[in-house]
Write a protein that binds this ligand. Sequence first.
Ligand SMILES: Cc1ncc(COP(=O)(O)O)c(C=O)c1O
Length: 392
Amino acid sequence: MSPDLNSKLPDAGISIFAHMTALANRHGAINLAQGFPDFAPPEQLFAYLDEGVRSGFNQYAAMPGLPQLRAAIARRLEYRYGCAADPETGITVTAGATQAIYTAISAFVRPGDKVLIFEPAYDSYGPAVRINGGQALYLRLELPDFSIPWDSLEQLLSTETVRMVLINNPHNPAGSILSADDLLRIGELTRRHNSLLLWDEVYDLLVFDGNRHRSALEFPTLCERSIVVFSIGKTLHNTGWKIGYTVAPEALSQEIRKVHQFMVFSVNTPAQYAVARFLESHSEFTDDLAQFYQTRRDLFLQCMRGHPDFEFLPCHGSYFALARFQSAGRTNDLAYAEHLVASRGVAAIPVSAFYHDAYDPGLLRFCFAKKEETLHEAARLLWHGISRLPSS
Ligand SMILES: Cc1ncc(COP(=O)(O)O)c(C=O)c1O
């Protein structure tokens, strides 16, 4: 007799990212769907990885992370945000930001606890809450600029006891950023029930046009209730290394570590070594990252300017640009995205995938973390379609 699976995630199937990628591969399309670079990480990182392996960094690292990596991270946080995070007690290295988010939710959310998620939202948030028995409460960010619906937030917090609020800043897929006032207002509104604040700041270095990222770590009144999550993968073009970290006050970090040690115990040692060495010796790389991506954003948007089928929304941060599309008779964004792969040879993500109820704001997400020639070719295809490609 087959076992009763009693699935914890009965509705979870193949992700939209896998679906669009499979489709892109089938059609030989350019993949602007998946959120990772098509260029290599810095060469020096490879040398440090080799150095780490050859100089003995091959056994389990310390559970909270290699000390030299935590020290390098602490220096980076001090430099960027004036935040004196203690590497001993406040920084925990994780297997990517996804594990950091899951672990933080697992550490603090008990069955029945309510967790507030703004949508559109990164796809792991809701399932992580549900697996841990929590109840996700969803609030839609307001179009056209994806601003926080302050009145609805205030109303919700006056009727519900919310254990945790998840905030993504800079935002994937919206490309929006929060101001210092926004951060403080969230802090103020959530003070009443002493809700924990889980900040997903994986795109912290990708803020454009002379603006600067405002981290929760800059504000002591937020810090005491905050867990802030970062991703090395988004910083060093090495998403496949899966290294991230949490920053939190000692008491919160202790709880996170209790779960972390039984979930993964520790993260790939030579990779931690290489990242530590790189962060210490190449600060210019992270200093230049915003300009690096801004150039790609500008190139892609410039190439797409005036296109009759796509109207791009402003992108202030992250490496994603959203576009409204002329639906050409397609009934929803997924159908349009599928049509686009087949007819134009470019894959994008339909934004309904970022809503738990598949709400469809009529937008597609394009990832511009790509080589300049990839972006040029994608734009050319979006203008002219594959039918006009020279046959080879
Ligand atoms: C908003 C957001 N949070 C978290 C992650 C996960 O980061 P990592 O690859 O470090 O797990 C991503 C990756 O796409 C993301 O876009």
